[in-house]
Every structure is written in C-alpha cells, then in structure tokens.
Design a protein around this ligand. Structure first.
Ligand SMILES: Nc1nc2c(c(=O)[nH]1)N[C@H]1C(S)=C(S)[C@@H](COP(=O)(O)OP(=O)(O)OC[C@H]3O[C@@H](n4cnc5c(=O)[nH]c(N)nc54)[C@H](O)[C@@H]3O)O[C@H]1N2
Ligand SMILES: Nc1nc2c(c(=O)[nH]1)N[C@H]1C(S)=C(S)[C@@H](COP(=O)(O)OP(=O)(O)OC[C@H]3O[C@@H](n4cnc5c(=O)[nH]c(N)nc54)[C@H](O)[C@@H]3O)O[C@H]1N2
Ligand SMILES: [Mo]
Length: 672
C-alpha cells in the first residue's frame, strides 16, 4: 500500500488521491451520521496499533467524539480477560503485574511461550536469556502448558490438560491456606475477602483436581510450597486468557502470587513504574474503565472502552438504534483473527461504508470501500508508551522517523485528524485528554502526538522540566541521546500496592461474587463425546499473527501450516503424518495437514492462527502459502464468550478430527 485505494464494483482496487478518498469518506460518514447517528460508526483497532503512540489514541478519540460505543480490537482475543481481572481486583484495568525475572528464584510460566513470542504484557527484551539466567543462578523455570513448547523444551515442562488452569490455581490456593503458608496478617491488611478466597478454594484439594489437570497432587503440593518459600512468580499469557473462564483464571493467578507473598515484591509479580504515570493517566482520564456500559448485543461489560470483537457481525446485522453502519479497521485483520471471521466477511459487505488503514490489502481490507496506507514503524516518530506499563526494568525510548514515508503514505493519526475536523469535531485523544488540550492551548501549538508526548517526557521523572533540570530530556534529545532507550530505574518499585490500587479503600478486592459464579460455571462444564479433542492456539517463529506471511525471506524459514497432534490420537483416528485432517467444531470445519508429535498432551491439538489467506486479500506471496483460518472454527455466540470480559473462547475449544479420505463426502456435522 503506497497510495489510497478505492474498491471498484468488480471488487478490484484502483488508485485514488487522498483528497478524493477523504472527501468521499467524509461525505458518506456525514450522511450515515445524519440518518443513524454517530453511534453507528465502529472502529476495530488491530494489534500493531498498540505499537504506535498516535494511531489508536486518535482513532479512539474520533469514536469518542462521535459518541459511539462501537470500539473493538485485538484485545478481546488477547488481553481483555486479564484487564477485567485487574479491574475487579485493583479497580483499574492497566494494573497488570509483570514478572520480575532479574530477581526471581522461580518462574512459573503458565500458558505463555516467551522463547517464541518474546513475551506479551511483559515488555522484557531478551526474555529467554533472562529465564536462562534464573536457572544459571540456581533457580527454576517451570512451564505449565499442554504442549511441550520451545520454552518448555528449554526448561521444565509441567504438562496440563487444556483449559484446566483454574483447577490447578484453585488447588495451589487450597494448599497455601491448608499448609499455613499465607501470612494472614499481611494479607488482611492489603486485601479484603481473603477468607472468601480460602472458602472458594476449599473444595479443590490437589487430589480432587488431578483428574481435570492431569497433574499429580504431590506436584501441586510441592509447587505451592516452593511458591511460598522462594522469591517466585507465576506469569500467564494467552494460555490463561483465552479459555472458557479466563477472567477467573487471571483472578486466581494474581491470588496465588498474592497469597504466596509474591505480589508487588522483589522477584515476584511487580507493577511497572515508568517515569510517566501512564497507568494513572489512563485511570484518571476515564480510559481505563470496566463495565461502565454494556454492549447492545449480548450485554457484555466494556473493557477499556472495548466491546467484544466476536459480536461485530451481529452488531452490523441487528437492526435498531446503534446498529453499525460504518466501520473502520486499522492495523487489523479481524476476518482472520477474530472468531467466525468467515461469518464476519458477509456482514462487512452489508455496511454503508468500510475503511481500512493498512500496509497491505489484507483479507479484511478486501471488503473495504477505501484502503488507506498507514506509516510503518520506521516511517514515523514514536514513544511506545503501552509497553512502559509492563516493564519490570522500566526504560523510556523515543524515536524519530528512520526513513521517509514512501509513496503517499501518511501516519494514521493525521488522516483521522483531518476526517474528524471535516466532520466538525476533533479526535481529541482520550488518553490524557485534559492535560493534552490544556497543554496545546498553553503552548499555542497544534496538538500532535509529538507535542503531547514531548510535554509528558519533559515533566516525567527523567524530563528536562522545560529547562529546570539540566540533564533532563525532551522528545528529541531522548531520541537522539538515548537511541537504545534510557533506563528509568534498575527495577520496578515494590511496595506500590496502595499507589496502584484505585479502589477507595486501597485494598485488593478478592470478595467477588462473580468469581463464585465462575467457579460454578467451571465445575458445570461437561464433555461432549462428539467433540473429544481440545483445540489450542500457538505461535510460530518468523510469523506474526496474520501479517508476516507476505515476506519472502521469512517464508523459507517457516514450516507448513499444520495441526500438531499426539501419535496416540493420530493412530486411533487413522491419521498419518502430513496427511490431510478435517477438524470439525460446532461452528465450522477446516482441512489441514497433520504434524504428529510427542510434544503435545494426548487429547489436545494445536494450530497457529493468522492463516487462510486464500486470495481474499491481495497478498502476492501469502496467498500461495496455503493454510486455513482456525477462527472459522470458533463461536461468535454470546453464550460462548466470557460473561465478565466478552473474551473470545479460542483455547480449549472442542473439536473432533477425521482423516480426510480422498473423494469421500464429509462426515455429518453435529446438530446444534
Ligand atoms: N513469533 C511470534 N511472536 C509473537 C506473535 C506471533 O504471532 N509470532 N504474536 C505476538 C502477540 S500479538 C502476542 S499476544 C504474544 C502472545 O504471547 P504468548 O502468550 O507467550 O504466546 P503463545 O504462543 O500464544 O503462548 C500461549 C501458550 O499457551 C498454551 N496454552 C493453550 N491453552 C492453554 C491452557 O489451557 N493452559 C495452559 N497453561 N496453556 C495453554 C499454548 O500451548 C501456548 O504455548 O506473542 C507475540 N509475539
Ligand atoms: N484463534 C486465535 N485467534 C487469535 C489469537 C490466538 O492466539 N488464537 N491471537 C489473537 C491476538 S493475541 C492478536 S494480537 C490478534 C491479532 O489480530 P489483528 O490485530 O486483527 O491482526 P494482525 O494479524 O495482527 O494484522 C495486523 C495488520 O496490521 C497491518 N499493520 C502492521 N503495522 C501497521 C501500521 O503501523 N499501521 C497500519 N495501519 N497497519 C499496520 C498489517 O499489515 C496487518 O494487516 O489475533 C488474535 N486472534
Ligand atoms: Mo496479541
């Protein structure tokens, strides 16, 4: 994408000028807003927008200015269950504890694969090296995962059944209480509802959860003792965020860290202390909200102002006030990355206007009326503030553009700003809205991401205070004098709980009736003999969600898209290595080659997401890579999403596998 594109009646795209594109987008938006109101305009912010300081801020600013609640994003497939748990426990979503690896003696990695992913919601360069350093100092790294991942291969693998983490964590909590490993006085001083937590876990001694987790009770006892007696940390990521009760799992994860004395403590799970109080600004500016309103379809609580992406198609199709008529997608590919992407495609074609901002014409953009070329990471200035909230070793890094923007590429925020102005409003960033607006007026300068962050840097702990601190930095000097980043502190501060918590009583709230309901939902789960396997996701080196499949150099280093399956399961089903397999869920089916491996628990199958290019987008190379979208197997039904966070259910999904017999008709699918 080097210039704006407009979709032609035959589905192809033709080059248009920026003036023509923005002019037409604005006039169509005006018409839509006049008839259906600003609440009919939606925005989906994809993952890379979180890696830009300007992009999502301006996008959310515009949606906010239009009074729309249709803000969606990768979050409901990634972080929202984590954030909902933080909102319940600490009062604010971005209070996310991160592992303090430099000072830990034991890291329990639950459902994360940092050797491949490089970590997530934990901004830790050289994550794998740091894990090896833990072992080098005589410590341990234990990886709780249904698959013997690249991380598990380098450390201790503790295999667990898919989506059974809640049982493991409840048992750990049970042992911590039963063996008097909890400092009750400290716990009651820092939290309310500690007794309730004990009661919640009372019914789950390790011997009673062995069947669900596949982990011997004795192992759980030892693990609990280690957690309580060592400087240790339990860290979870997508494996703990995408199951059937993900907010519960995250709540239990923090409970374990807290009860074992490892929350907000050196070597444990700590809260980042960046020099700019981003978390506090998000909380105070009303951006870090939870459940301040509910979605029209499904009644889901918003998380950080976001509704679940899984309901987008229903929100486009369900008539009535607030029905989506116009949709922007920026730096995202929800047709491939969200549940039921195949079903979303049809809905997108029913919109009155769809606009995509991207570097490529991807599967989602293929449905857009206009595709606008965004600036890639080296083509724009940046201050990646999102990551600063997740650093156990806080640092700051500002960058100026490294290369000029090619063709007619423009940074997204500039385009959003012009659309907003043409609509007679302003895309005022919701982040530190008040400070920003004041500061711009004060300086009599236009408000740009650069001026906003220049101000924030200058008043930060390492800022120049506008000349009052001689060795301090502004945006430009930070970028020029500390191009690799500036260490803000050696370690995140500890003992910060009262500062981080936004509940009035400054205590962690473990007393959550919702969690008791979630435990009931957990124990009420039943097996379905028609779908005996559990499908989980995974990430591959040299692939990044859906969007690096077009890079020829990375292509050569990647295996074929395939389903990992245990030899025992394969044998029972008559499936051979490399042979075609049909995976069937209640919601769809896909065909994919088998990769038979001992590195996965029996009964579990793993497939990477982000595939299935199938020529729907104009990826010249990716389209020839093959592969299918596992999200075609996922549910978009509100009853299958997490009621507390609207999280998509993408891990531990019930499927069955069948060997594909050439020329045979597919087997009957289940009746819903
Ligand atoms: N190479 C590469 N790196 C990436 C990405 C990429 O696509 N490619 N994507 C980036 C993004 S957007 C993100 S969010 C991060 C994600 O970062 P991670 O969460 O570290 O990455 P995943 O590989 O998704 O790891 C999730 C792990 O959970 C396991 N798992 C699945 N179900 C369960 C379960 O029920 N219980 C337990 N205990 N484990 C389970 C899976 O086997 C998998 O190993 O990675 C980022 N980094
Ligand atoms: N089943 C299953 N589904 C999943 C997951 C899973 O583990 N399992 N993981 C989920 C997770 S964690 C995530 S984050 C999502 C990701 O899902 P999405 O965010 O919806 O999609 P991506 O595949 O990351 O696509 C990013 C797009 O942004 C474009 N892009 C890159 N940089 C820029 C930029 O600077 N500006 C603009 N305008 N565009 C840019 C790329 O070309 C690409 O088309 O997928 C989720 N979906
Ligand atoms: Mo992600």
């Amino acid at each position: 994408m080097l210039h704006p594109l407009k979709r032609q009646p035959d589905g192809s795209f033709a080059r248009v000028s920026w003036d023509e594109a923005i002019g037409d987008i604005v006039s169509r938006l005006k018409r839509i807003i006049a008839v259906h109101g600003g609440e009919s305009v939606a925005w989906y912010n994809g993952n890379p927008s979180a890696g830009s300081y300007s992009h999502s801020m301006w996008a959310l600013g515009l949606i906010g200015a239009l009074g729309s609640k249709h803000s969606y994003g990768a979050g409901s497939q990634d972080t929202n269950s984590r954030w909902a748990a933080s909102a319940l426990l600490y009062g604010t979503c971005p209070a996310v504890p991160v592992p303090d690896l430099d000072r830990t003696e034991m890291a329990l990695i639950i459902g994360a694969n940092p050797v491949v992913s490089h970590g997530s919601l934990a901004t830790i360069p050289t994550f794998a090296e740091k894990l090896h350093a833990v072992v080098g100092k005589g410590g341990r790294v234990v990886v709780v995962d249904p698959r013997r991942t690249e991380t598990a291969q380098e450390f201790e693998w503790l295999p667990i059944a898919s989506d059974a983490d809640a049982y493991l964590l409840l048992s750990l909590i049970h042992v911590l209480f039963a063996e008097n490993l909890v400092d009750r006085e400290r716990a009651d001083a820092q939290a309310s509802g500690v007794d309730g937590l004990e009661q919640l876990a009372a019914a789950f001694p390790p011997a009673s959860t062995e069947a669900q987790t596949g982990i011997p009770a004795e192992r759980v006892h030892r693990l609990a003792r280690d957690l309580a007696t060592k400087r240790s940390v339990a860290y979870g990521r997508l494996g703990t965020c995408l199951g059937a009760t993900p907010t519960l799992v995250n709540y239990l994860l923090d409970s374990v860290n807290f009860l074992a004395g490892n929350l907000d403590a050196a070597g444990g799970a700590v809260f980042s202390s960046p020099g700019i109080p981003i978390r506090e600004m998000l909380a105070q500016s009303g951006t870090a909200t939870y459940d301040t309103w509910r979605s029209r379809v499904g009644g889901f609580p918003e998380v950080m102002g976001m509704a679940p992406a899984a309901i987008m198609a229903a929100e486009i199709r369900t008539p009535g006030p607030g029905q989506i008529r116009a949709m922007f997608v920026s730096a995202g590919n929800p047709v491939v990355s969200t549940p039921g992407g195949d079903r979303l495609e049809d809905a997108l074609d029913e919109l009155d206007l769809m606009v995509s901002f991207d570097l490529y014409v991807n599967e989602t953009g293929a449905h857009a009326d206009y595709i606008l070329p965004g600036a890639a990471m080296y083509e724009r200035d940046d201050f990646p503030y999102f990551g600063t909230m997740h650093m156990a070793v806080p640092w700051a890094q500002a960058t100026l553009p490294v290369v000029p923007t090619p063709g007619e590429v423009r940074p997204e925020w500039e385009v959003i700003d012009s659309i907003a102005r043409a609509l007679g409003t302003r895309a005022l960033p919701t982040l530190p809205a008040r400070i920003a607006a004041r500061a711009a007026d004060f300086a009599r300068r236009p408000l740009t991401p650069h001026t906003l962050f220049d101000l924030l840097i200058r008043i930060s702990s390492y800022g120049d205070l506008f000349g009052l601190r001689r060795r301090g930095y502004n945006f430009r000097s930070l970028a020029e004098k500390a191009p690799h980043g500036l260490a803000v502190r050696d370690h995140a501060a500890t003992g910060q709980l009262r500062k981080v918590i936004t509940h009035r009583d400054k205590k962690i709230h473990f007393d959550q009736p919702a969690m008791r309901r979630e435990v009931q939902r957990l124990t009420a789960r039943t097996e379905d003999p028609a779908f005996p396997l559990r499908l989980i996701g995974m990430r591959e080196p040299r692939s990044e969600n859906s969007w690096l499949h077009n890079v020829p150099r990375l292509r050569a280093a990647r295996p074929r898209h395939a389903v990992r399956m245990h030899p025992g399961d394969a044998e029972t089903l008559g499936i051979v290595n490399g042979g075609p397999v049909r995976l069937v869920s209640l919601w769809g089916s896909i065909e994919i080659p088998a990769l038979i491996t001992d590195d996965i628990k029996p009964g579990v199958v793993a497939v990477p997401h982000g595939w299935g290019h199938r020529g729907r987008g104009q990826w010249s190379i990716a389209n020839h890579e093959g592969g299918v979208s596992i999200n075609d197997l996922m549910s978009t039904e509100p009853e299958n999403l997490d009621p507390l966070s609207g999280m998509s259910h993408l891990n531990g999904v019930r499927v069955r596998a069948e060997a594909v017999v050439p020329n045979a008709a597919p087997g009957p699918t289940a009746v819903v």
